[in-house]
Design a protein around this ligand. Sequence first.
Ligand code: SAM
Length: 393
Amino acid sequence: MYIALLGRQPAISIAELEQSYGSVSWFSDTAALVDTEQPIDVQRLGGTQKAGRVILTLPARDWRTVSMKIVQHYSKAWATYEGKITLGLSVYGLNVPPRDIQKTGLVLKSKLKETPASLRLIPNQDAALSSATSHHNKLGLSDNKIELLIVKGRSQIIVAESVGAQNITALAARDQGRPRRDAFVGMLPPKLAQIMINLAGPLEPDTEGLLPQPRILDPFCGTGVLLQEAMLMRYGAYGTDLAEKMIRFSRDNLNWLQDHAHMTGHWYLHEGDAMTTTWQQPIAAVVTEAYLGQPFSAPPSSSKLTEVRGNCNHIISQFLKNLGTQIASGTPVVVAVPAWKAVDGTFTHLPLIGNLEKLGYQQLQLKTVNADQLLYFRPDQVVAREILVLKKK
Ligand SMILES: C[S@@+](CC[C@H](N)C(=O)[O-])C[C@H]1O[C@@H](n2cnc3c(N)ncnc32)[C@H](O)[C@@H]1O
């Protein structure tokens, strides 16, 4: 059993986990339990900040009891360990001052004085170490670099041993280091690209074995962020876009990624209008941030909104119709479409969302969240991305 600390938008993060691992449930508003034998690879999950193997499950009590249990458990577990252990402690959902957390580490350190083990403690500025600190100290990545995740849920407290933290530095480096960026088309954050790819579920290579890896199609590929993340996740990448310039940008970015990450892999790009183009097979899944209309820094007038919404609805509906004639039944289709936030915080959605069955798609029902919770936005954004998780009927 694992515990996952969810990202800024927990509903989207837990949906990603459910599609990746199946048996997932809420542990608190910001953490999920994942029942899997498979090791969790945090670097593949855009929505999980840290994950850990569950070691102790305690009835929810005060920090002192939890602290005592930790000291008891680990002074025994490490008593015969010969060598140095680096330890970080991260507490979530319990109101504990960092110095009290540090004190637990110090008590453990002194208990281990009589044994061959020695403890190096990572200092706590806050109750929890940042993902960057955890990753930088390689916590969770080897036997003697340990981070305990202490998480309060509704009725229990879990102590877990981290299996890694998101590598924020690498995510930022590939977001900002790419040679081609285009603020106008609005670039997808790499974390969201990972989430969307995982929302398609585990993918199989095609039965005819034409390509070694399952291939993901992005028919609105823009600067290629989604294709880049697909390649890093060892999928084949296939991008098309209406604009020749975007195909050039994607090509430059994918070449850069291959040089930069010293990786090989299959990718293929060509121009095409998603409403009419014919794609090449095989297509294991379609994952795309569709046309979102123009960017807005303030909510548009209602006539402007009607115009933009109608235009996006037309392009995306025609795209879904065209795609439906070309992909096999059961093919996963994950599409980010626009939704516009008004001053009162309500959203205007695309009409096609009520018409998906007619367009030939089934919207996936998840256990942990409702479909309408998959809305990705920053508080200052007018145009949100609504993520539709579909299957071709
Ligand atoms: C929101 S952007 C996608 C951005 C991309 N995810 C990225 O990270 O750069 C939408 C893209 O759709 C393209 N586009 C607009 N209408 C299209 C159409 N009918 N067919 C194909 N591409 C289209 C635009 O050129 C633009 O690159």
